[in-house]
Write a protein that binds this ligand. Sequence first.
Ligand code: NAP
Length: 257
Amino acid sequence: MWNSIMGKTVVVTGASKGIGKGIARVFAKAGANVAVVSRNFEASENTAKELQGAGGSAEAFVGEVTNLESMQAMAKSVVDTFGGIDILCANAGIFPSSTIELMTAEDWDLVMNTNAKGSLFSIQACLPYLKEAEYGRIILTSSITGPVTGYQGWSHYAASKAAQLGFMKSAALELAGSNITVNAVLPGNIQTEGLEGLRDDYLKKMTNSIPLKRLGTPEDIGYSALFLASKEAGFITAQTIIVDGGQIVPESLDAMV
Ligand code: NAP
């Protein structure tokens, strides 16, 4: 049915692992050329090789989202390789924790620079090419943390994820005239490599707080991004999709038993 992704070129930042890798897998399966971007070429290459091994079209690129020149060089290499850029999944992000009492200006700046300013630089680097595409698509990976919920110890992270959404609404208005849509996915708790160190009882507790009784997979986020990137989603802009298994819905955890 939906085959509009076939042959399109997608830049996925933070695709060497975690959610970005899931997004990359889903787009490769749908027939897109996938530019796998992270700061570490070898790690990006491992993902690209995995996608190629499964029959997909993918190449590895280096891009540091806090550095506009680095992102511009990445975008140019992608265009040299695949001929253009149709879709940007601005997904790279970091989530170190710190209490407000201990948080330094450097802690705050690093998180805001990566998650919020990184979205701006990713778009600025890809924009000249997105404008030349038949239609352009930008999908930001935000989070439920910040826009919807709070999490003690992650106030800078929450601020950066809410900032992405304010930015998204104005960006959607600015870019509508260029036939580019800008939307965001808001993941809940997703099973990534980052959770591997957590204790079993903590993971069980986390799973129990989700009505669908499982953590999300990186591919769950990939499929929602794929929909927003499709031709068929062309009348949707400045919107968010929460992908959290219903986690934010219960009024209290008591409502779950
Ligand atoms: P992850 O497993 O730690 O992966 C992060 C990816 O981003 C890696 O590929 C990393 O590669 C890349 N990256 C980090 N800093 C970068 C930078 N400055 N420039 C370029 N690439 C950079 O994280 P994740 O859990 O998949 O999270 C991905 C996104 O989903 C983030 O925006 C996060 O806020 C959001 N999210 C995650 C969850 C969750 O449950 N996991 C929930 C809600 C939202 P290098 O370090 O090699 O560059």
